[in-house]
Design a protein around this ligand. Structure first.
Ligand code: GLY
Length: 349
């Protein structure tokens, strides 16, 4: 005997991403702004001059990747229960990628899912993390290993928040912009080579181009069954570097920058990218003081750590390699010896 559940309905999770000065917005429901003390100190009064709601609460969680954990999620959920949030209530993620991911995850599980809005305050979260509905938290096994795809209702990107961003944090965001250009958009890459990101109009345009690229990839492959994995260019290597340096030495975007250089070296060895193209990417990363070298002490151990990556299986590692500038290949057919030779040479540089 069989009972069939037909679940093939099309669910429209589409949403708008606005890149502009925040406009006044009123929510006729209970709203909780989830943020951290640092962002609250810098920007909460500005946000509260724009956002109103039937009932408005502020939930602060400690600042930092080390707090992207179950305790912080529990803190958010506890507050929602205390204030009797219901299925119509709304969360606002107000901060960088950590806040965005945790708020989205809390929204995805509270009463089996409530709405949330992203108001990202770092360059990295504006161009990448806030778009596409990846939410989650870390645990002792690794980063983002617990989570859900839960799309926001809207993403409101106000470049004003970037005026207080530290230079290193800004560079880390640029790394993700370069990632998008190298893998999907050669014209964008060429534009970036001479763009002056200290000019606010240019910066706004660059954010728009990066978000358009990301949005078009997510629209094709929301749950990362294919092409969306290409957005992990630089991350396969970068995650190992973050892991080896215990997430302390490099910001995520900085580790991704080194990871992109490693991916490029691999691509050059495989004949997918020319040396000249690899050099152009490196020069662009250097322009933003991003690190492009790393001392690999033990290539074999570095290689073994690839297997912790979510894209890897027990026996194969998935690499995201550029094809020239503006193209990308997702492959699990890289010879181990070739990758090891890249790692060996890189360590010697
Ligand atoms: N940050 C990569 C992605 O959202 O797929």
């Amino acid at each position: 005997m069989q009972v069939n559940i037909t679940l093939k309905q099309v669910v429209d999770n589409s949403y708008d991403i606005t890149i502009d000065k925040l406009k006044p917005i009123h929510f006729d429901t209970k709203v909780a702004i989830v943020t951290n003390p640092k962002i609250a100190g810098l920007h909460l009064s500005y946000l509260l001059s724009k956002v109103t709601a039937k009932e408005l609460y502020i939930i602060t969680v400690p600042d930092g990747e080390e707090y992207k954990n179950q305790d912080s999620i529990n803190m958010i959920l506890e507050s929602l229960f205390n204030h009797k949030f219901n299925r119509k209530s709304m969360l606002i993620a107000f901060g960088g990628g950590v806040i965005g991911d945790m708020t989205g995850f809390a929204a995805s599980i509270y009463q089996r899912g409530i709405s949330f809005t992203q108001i990202p305050t770092t360059l990295l979260s504006q161009v990448d993390a806030s778009v596409g509905g990846k939410t989650g938290m870390n645990n002792s096994y690794g980063k983002n290993l617990i989570g859900a795809f839960h799309q926001p209702k809207a993403v409101l990107i106000d470049p004003y928040f970037l005026t207080t961003l530290a230079a290193r944090e800004f560079g880390a965001g640029v790394a993700e912009i370069v990632k998008m250009a190298v893998t999907f958009n050669k014209d964008f890459f060429v534009f970036l080579e001479t763009a002056d990101l200290s000019n606010k109009d240019v910066l706004q345009d660059v954010i728009k181009q990066a978000v358009q690229t990301k949005a078009s990839v997510v629209a094709q492959d929301e749950k990362e069954n294919g092409i969306r994995a290409a957005l992990n260019y630089g991350h396969t290597f970068g995650h190992v570097i973050e892991n080896e340096t215990k997430y302390k030495k490099y910001l995520h975007g900085e580790a991704v920058a080194i990871g992109m250089v490693l991916a490029n070296d691999t691509a050059v060895k495989m004949g997918l990218m020319s040396e000249a193209e690899a050099l152009k990417v490196k020069s662009l990363l250097n322009k933003y003081s991003l690190p492009t070298s790393y001392d690999i002490k033990d290539s074999n151990s570095f290689y073994e750590t690839f297997f912790l990556d979510k894209k890897s299986s027990d026996s194969s590692i998935t690499f995201i390699l550029p094809v020239g500038i503006g193209g990308v290949k997702i492959t699990d057919a890289c010879e181990k010896s070739l990758v090891l030779s890249v790692l060996d040479t890189f360590g010697a540089k």
